[in-house]
Structures are given as C-alpha cells and as structure tokens.
Design a protein around this ligand. Structure first.
Ligand code: NDP
Length: 311
C-alpha cells in the first residue's frame, strides 16, 4: 500500500480526489489518497501546488516524487526544503489551452484586426490585405512541452514556423534553432514572436534593447511565458518608436499587474491576466497516476525538473 498526500489547493480537493481516484484505479496499485497528514514518514508521493499549504518538505524523508500540478516551477525551486525529485505538470489540457491562446493572438496580429477595433465609425480601412499564413513567419522562443505543441498547431494551420531551444532539435516542418547564433537567426526572421521560455537565469530579460534591435521592424510579441523574459522599459521604448508594433502580455514581473503600469494604457499593448492556460484537472490526474505507476514499476519518472538548469 502506498500513501499519496494531496498538498494542492484545498478548494480543488473534491475535484482532484474524484479524478485522481478514477485515474489511479486504472492501474494495479494499492494506494491511499489523503489530504490529511498523519505521519510524514509514511508518505510515498506528494501531489503539490504552490497555492496549497505545504511549505516544509523536510519531514517527508521517504517521498519518491513530488508531483507538481503547475507547469511553472519557480516556487518549488526556490523552496530549499524540497530536496526530493520534482516533476512539473505537462498534460494535454494545458497544452491545448496554450495553443488556443497562442493561435488566437497570432491570428489577431496576422490579420491585423486591432486596427479595425481602433477605427472610428466610417473609417474604411480597405488597404493592407494580409498575406496568406504560408507567407507569415512565426517564431517561438522555447520549444518545450508547450512551445512545441503550439509550433505544431501553427504549422498545421499553415504558418511558417521556427523555434528556438537550448538543445538542438530536429523537426520536419519547424525550423529549429538553438544557442546564441540560433537566437539571432530567429529574432531577425520572425514577424510574430511568441515567448514560451521558462524563468531562469539565462532567459531573464532576453527581450532587451540589444535583442530587440536584431528583430524585424514592426514585429509583434506574444508573451504567455513569464514576465521576467522582458525588460519592460526596453519593450515600451520599442513600442513607442514602432520597432515593435504590438505586444500581447499575459505574464508580468508583478501580478496582478499594478494599476499604474505603463502597459495598461499603451495603445499597442493588450494585457491578459495570466489566463493563457491552466492545468485541467481531469487530464492532469491521468498524468499524475501514470507517473506514480511508473515509480511503482521502477520506470523513470516523466517531466522531472532539472534543478540546476532551473526548469
Ligand atoms: P518546458 O520546460 O517543457 O520547455 C522550456 C523550453 O525552453 C525548452 O524548449 C527549453 O530548451 C527552452 N529553454 C530553456 N532555457 C533556455 C535557454 N537558456 N535558451 C534557449 N532555450 C531555452 O516548459 P513548458 O513548455 O511546459 O512551459 C514553458 C513556460 O510556459 C513555463 O515555464 C511557464 O513559465 C509558462 N506557462 C505559462 C502559462 C500561462 O498561463 N501564462 C501556463 C503554463 C506555463 P530545451 O528543449 O533545449 O530544454
């Protein structure tokens, strides 16, 4: 019998309990799932979200895996008591939601629909018919679980898609770049740039004055990744002079974005309140159960966080 401790948001416990039981019951595992902690030494698996109550992982000496419920891992990585293996959340619902968000805003920029929203009544803006999607280049910084899923969807739709990652990748339909020289190439060839990098020391303010100068004039930026990827002053300055024609920002250094922040009133910025995507409980529970089953059958865990590289 293994003990699984739910340390997520208590308001979501009922729904998690229902779906976790359904998913775990598909495997031949004898388990007890609880949100009430008795003896931490008895716990084999922790299902964790930063908006739950658990802060100190020290007493959980026998835990085989801390399975995160969120894709972002800044909070658990900053927790020095969390020395157990940590898996982040990668699940189909989260990926589908992100692809919907990215596709929606890429199409918005591709079709230039903002100018019609901003038009005054009677303004008949019939010039500038957009090119076909096959002639539009979309670059994605970050070709991980979410970036690659979005890249595939955009490519299937017909866009010319390229992506950038830390390690070399190969893909039949997506032009894959990596490393510093790869960054220069993707920045200088993308008309729409999507940021789906994690928040690490290396990615901090990767969108800065120097890199913005390498971009095409009039590029649009979509950032559902992390607010720390952007130097806000440099982005605003580039928006003011039209180097960057529009930015759709979902993530920020401080959330909620302070009311007086310049982004709110900038005519070419769309602020969305960190809603690009989220973990969908039913599909996430299938992944959690699968990972626990892998642990119990001595297979390597999926989606382990590399604590050194920070993602
Ligand atoms: P992954 O860890 O699967 O992918 C990260 C990608 O970034 C990988 O391709 C990785 O390269 C690349 N990368 C990391 N560091 C570098 C670097 N220094 N240089 C170049 N490439 C780098 O993450 P996910 O795709 O699951 O998620 C991406 C981010 O999306 C999350 O970290 C989170 O911040 C954000 N997010 C936002 C949400 C929202 O609602 N706004 C919801 C969910 C997630 P490689 O493949 O070589 O390792």
């Amino acid at each position: 019998m293994i003990n699984i401790f739910y340390a997520g948001n208590s308001e979501e416990w009922d729904e998690y309990k229902l779906h976790l039981n359904q998913a775990l019951d598909k495997f031949n595992i004898s388990y007890r799932l609880t949100k009430n902690l008795e003896n931490p030494l008895d716990i084999d698996y922790i299902i964790y979200a930063p908006n739950g109550e658990l802060q100190d992982f020290t007493p959980f000496k026998n835990v085989k895996l801390v399975q995160g419920l969120w894709a972002g891992v800044e909070v658990p990585l900053a927790n020095k008591s969390l020395t157990q293996p940590l898996a982040r959340m990668v699940e189909p619902g989260l990926s589908l939601g992100m692809a919907d968000y990215v596709m929606g805003h890429v199409l918005r920029y591709h079709l230039g629909t903002d100018r019609f929203h901003k038009a005054t009544p009677g303004e008949w803006l019939s010039e500038n018919i957009p090119p076909l999607s096959k002639s539009r280049s979309v670059g994605i910084l970050g070709l991980g679980a979410l970036g690659m899923h979005c890249a595939n969807k955009l490519s299937e739709f017909g866009f010319k898609v390229s992506g950038w990652s830390r390690n070399e990748k190969k893909h039949s339909n997506i032009k894959c770049f990596y490393g510093t020289s790869g960054l220069n190439k993707i920045l200088s060839s993308s008309e729409i740039l999507v940021l789906l990098l994690p928040n690490t020391k290396e990615t901090k303010e990767i969108i800065n004055k120097k890199n913005i100068e390498k971009m095409l004039d009039g590029v649009s930026i979509i950032n559902p990744g992390r607010g720390t990827l952007i130097n806000d002053d440099d982005l605003i300055s580039a928006l003011d002079r039209g180097k960057i024609s529009g930015a759709t920002l979902d993530t920020f250094y401080i959330e909620p974005l302070p009311k007086k922040h310049a982004y709110w009133s900038h005519p070419n910025v769309l602020v969305t309140p960190h809603i690009a995507s989220t973990t969908r409980i039913n599909t996430a529970c299938e992944i959690v159960a699968k990972n626990i089953h892998r642990g119990e059958t001595k297979k390597p865990f999926m989606y382990l966080v590399d604590k050194l590289s920070g993602y």
